[in-house]
Design a binder for this molecule. Structure first.
Ligand code: SF4
Length: 565
């Protein structure tokens, strides 16, 4: 809601839309609708600080690089200058709709792909669910994104496949006794979290920071581990090793809530199943654990989430098990196998791999073991490496050993507002979902969860027609050429497209290959509804309306308006 000031300027409360943190802000506008400033909204329950990018928003509003009018190209895509020619919105939208319908009619909806920017650094959350609705109703399974570049190893491979949550739950910093910040500098990009961590530190919480650079919170850390980029997985294994050796893990949590007691067959390396024991494979997913101090086995029913009987389960010790097929195999608990893998990572070895001092690694383990509950936050500093998936999994296994997941002071899945899902997922159908590019090669990868196509699969479909040709692309704010590797292949793919429409704030190397370039309004020029906050936990169930601060300049339109048009 805007409030007038004595000097005829207006102060409009809302939230910054430049990244997914959505800091509460007050934007001041003068009588001529000129943006004067963006400041933190300190009257908001979760307002307090904003970063330089948010403060610079007024400069961006009428920057000379902004795209202000719909344009179509007049020169070949191989020309360094697209020869942009202004056209009307009606002409541009008719051109796009006509081409997409033509491709769908002749080659199928999957021959059209969409693309989107990152929610992490843009206002895409304003748009995403409506964009998904458009795509699902259009009928293509192919929506590209940036998931494969950063978020997937952390949120899907790390959190989802370890804890079952859609993403890594946020740290409950206010109640933590020890906070781990790994591969992230919240002082630069997540000020509300950085402020809360500093406050927790001031009240006595311990702080462990893993970062190649001594920046931000690393200066306040009780232990700062200066690792070489890309060596985080080795560090996590080293910490797991020391934690297990010192008995610093939560053995009750590990027994009750993890698969650590499940037996693994030595001969196949696979989990021993109920079907191995009784030869009844159709009974459902059943795993097997051993009872501590006895030769008895107990079956776990994965569908119901219960063991067949109450017993203290063994975390170590080999068992010889007779299978239904008549032969015997040796089996050991998952926990024992984990301990064996991690045992290769003594502090001296980890120090050699990571560059962090061995005594600091030991001190870090002591912090984790002695100051509970522990919460953690890790981000893009460690997920943009080729080994990011396994590093993320190792970190989450380390965290599972601490037993603080979903405990006050740990990482706690927050409440979410209940709202109607407008993405129309059922409109697409499962058969089409299975045709998503890359799905066959990576059945548990980004094409399956959360359901996005990698740039490389898209390029292959455009250039080689594998597994089928993609002929047209509509992109909301994605700069695929700069975000992904192999720029030359990307460039060839964009040149090859029969039709490419880009919706953008500014011209980019990617938008230069568009047939039609549409001017997007920024977050200050359009209203939006924020459903749930990312942080803190107390704000996760909140819904906030952001009104447009000013009407769109020139002929810019919001992404949502373009989708509905
Ligand atoms: S962290 Fe910066 S860019 Fe992100 S919402 Fe806050 S002020 Fe905006």
């Amino acid at each position: 809601m805007g409030t007038m000031r004595g000097d005829a300027s207006r102060a409009v409360k809302g939230y910054c839309g430049f990244c997914a943190v959505h800091c509460p802000v007050v934007t001041t506008v003068d009588a001529g609708a000129r943006l004067l400033s963006v400041e933190p909204d300190r009257s908001h329950p979760h307002g307090g600080a904003i970063c330089a990018k948010g403060r610079a928003a007024p400069e961006f509003h009428d920057h000379r690089d902004r795209v202000n009018f719909p344009m179509r190209r007049t020169r070949p895509k191989t020309s360094p200058d697209p020869g942009w020619e202004r056209c009307s919105w009606d002409e541009a939208l008719d051109l796009i709709a006509g081409k997409l319908l033509e491709v769908r009619a002749s080659s199928g909806a999957h021959a059209v792909a969409f693309n989107k920017g990152t929610t992490g650094g843009t206002a895409l959350t304003d748009t995403e669910r409506w964009l998904q609705r458009l795509i699902n109703h259009f009928g293509t399974p192919n929506i590209g994104g940036t998931t494969h570049l950063c978020q997937w190893p952390r949120d899907t491979a790390g959190a989802h496949y370890t804890f079952g949550t859609p993403a890594l739950p946020m740290p409950d910093v206010a109640r933590s006794s020890c906070i781990v910040v790994w591969g992230s500098n919240p002082n630069g990009n997540f000020l509300s979290l950085a402020t809360d961590i500093a406050a927790a530190k001031a009240r006595g919480a311990r702080l462990l920071v893993v970062d190649p650079r001594r920046v931000g919170l690393a200066n306040k850390a009780d232990v700062w581990l200066q690792v070489r980029p890309g060596t985080d997985g080795a560090l996590a294994l080293g910490l797991i090793h020391l934690l297990i050796r010192a008995g610093g893990y939560d053995s009750e949590f590990v027994r009750e809530w993890t698969n650590a007691p499940f037996l693994v067959r030595d001969d196949t390396g696979m989990l021993l199943t109920g079907a191995d024991l009784d030869g009844a494979p159709g009974v459902g997913r059943r795993h097997v654990a051993a009872v501590e101090g006895s030769s008895e086995l107990v079956v776990y029913d994965a569908e119901r989430g219960v063991y067949a009987m109450d017993a203290r389960l063994a975390l170590s010790g080999a068992r010889t098990v007779r299978l239904a097929e008549g032969f015997e195999v040796t089996c050991r608990p998952v926990f024992q196998r984990l301990a064996a893998v991690a045992a290769d990572y003594e502090p001296a070895t980890v120090a050699r791999i990571t560059g962090a001092a061995a005594d600091r690694i030991v001190a870090a383990t002591r912090l984790l073991a002695e100051h509970r509950p522990v919460s953690h936050y890790f981000h893009n500093g460690l997920v943009q490496h080729t080994n990011a998936t396994q590093a993320s999994r190792a970190i989450e296994i380390l965290y599972a050993l601490l037993g603080d997941f979903d405990r006050p002071g740990g990482n706690v899945p927050g409440p979410a507002p209940k709202v109607e899902d407008v993405s129309a997922r059922s409109a697409l159908g499962q058969a089409m979902e299975l045709r998503r590019l890359g799905r066959a090669e990576r059945p548990i990868g980004p094409p399956a969860t959360p359901g996005t196509v990698t740039a490389y699969d898209l390029y292959r479909a455009i250039l080689d027609g594998e597994p089928y040709p993609v002929r047209a692309l509509v992109s909301f704010g994605a700069n695929a050429l700069l975000a992904n590797g192999d720029t030359l292949q990307g460039r060839r793919a964009l040149e090859r497209l029969e039709f490419f429409a880009q919706i953008e704030l500014v011209e980019t190397p990617t938008s230069r290959f568009a047939d039609v370039l549409l001017p997007a309004a920024s977050w200050m020029e359009c209203s939006a509804l924020k459903v749930g906050n990312r942080y803190p936990i107390e704000a996760m169930a909140h819904i906030q309306l952001r009104e447009a601060v000013v009407p769109p300049l020139y002929e810019r339109r919001s992404d949502v308006a373009i989708i509905f048009d």
